[in-house]
Ligand binder design. Structure first.
Ligand SMILES: N[C@@H](CCC(=O)N[C@@H](CS)C(=O)NCC(=O)O)C(=O)O
Length: 251
């Protein structure tokens, strides 16, 4: 089987991190533009349509991008689903035909509420403009996010973890670790970095104990633990999860 190749902006975890965590948990062989000489160039070649039409894959819109042999795909949840199927991190459709869709629903919800919305906290007016040019609106958006949206999504995942469908153990679905747990881990990790005061308070309140226990359980997985301690893990910087003191609202 061809090795996996992740094409993503070097120097930040971003959406590429979800892909890395799945590959790392599975112990898959992969290369990553975060660690290749021409990493940025490879990303830009796709964004700027400088790669020839290969006759099979539609052109790519934005990273993260996964190459696996002849397959070249983008859109984070799409890549996660592909890898989950390839690497046995989603329910086997032979045993449970709807399982993969149930897990994907959790992935999409985590990305909606705990990745895309936090991203928009820094770009509430224009995605292409700097945070510094929309600071006032960013503060307003962050205040609403911390007060209303973050508790809503944490509450939702707490409900999932307390539901019968979650099964035994710390995982979201079917008593087994799936890609949804890895995605939620990274979202929580980023939120903890970005809104540290608010998250500390929410953790103390105790209303989301299972959600925070999942974060810890993923962190302790042997392959994930090794990865997080390695230099393959990208440090938070100017990506989705940023730290600005003025937005570190207590809620
Ligand atoms: N919905 C897409 C969003 C992709 C996206 O916005 N990628 C960012 C990096 S995380 C990017 O570089 N976008 C370039 C652009 O939008 O021009 C996904 O989940 O993959």
């Amino acid at each position: 089987m061809a090795p996996y190749h992740l094409i993503y902006w070097p120097g930040l975890p971003g959406r590429g991190e979800h892909v890395r965590l799945v590959l790392e948990e599975a112990g898959a062989e992969y290369t990553d533009t975060a660690h290749t000489d021409d990493g940025i160039k490879e990303v830009l070649q796709h964004i700027n349509a400088e790669v020839p039409d290969d006759g099979v894959n539609p052109p790519i819109c934005a990273p993260p991008i996964l190459r696996h042999g002849e397959v070249l795909i983008n859109q984070t949840p799409n890549i996660i689903l592909y890898l989950g199927t390839q690497l046995g991190l989603v329910p086997d459709p032979k045993d449970e035909p709807a399982g993969i869709y149930r897990v994907n629903e959790l992935v999409l919800t985590a990305l909606d509420g705990l990745s895309n919305e936090p991203h928009d906290c820094h770009h509430p007016i224009a995605i292409g403009e700097y945070y510094e040019d929309q600071k006032e609106e960013s503060l307003r958006k962050s205040q609403d996010y911390v007060k209303n949206r973050l508790p809503k999504f944490l509450g939702y995942f707490e409900r999932v973890l307390r539901s019968k469908s979650s099964g035994h153990g710390p995982w979201l679905y079917g008593g087994q670790l799936t890609v949804a747990d890895l995605v939620l881990f990274q979202c929580l990790d980023g939120i903890k970095f970005m809104f540290r005061k608010a998250v500390k308070k929410l953790e103390k309140d105790g209303n989301y104990s299972k959600v925070f226990a999942l974060h810890e359980a993923v962190k302790q997985r042997p392959n994930i633990k090794d990865y997080l301690e390695s230099d393959r893990r990208q440090q938070y910087s100017n990506g989705i999860y940023r730290y600005y003191e003025e937005l570190d609202i207590e809620g």
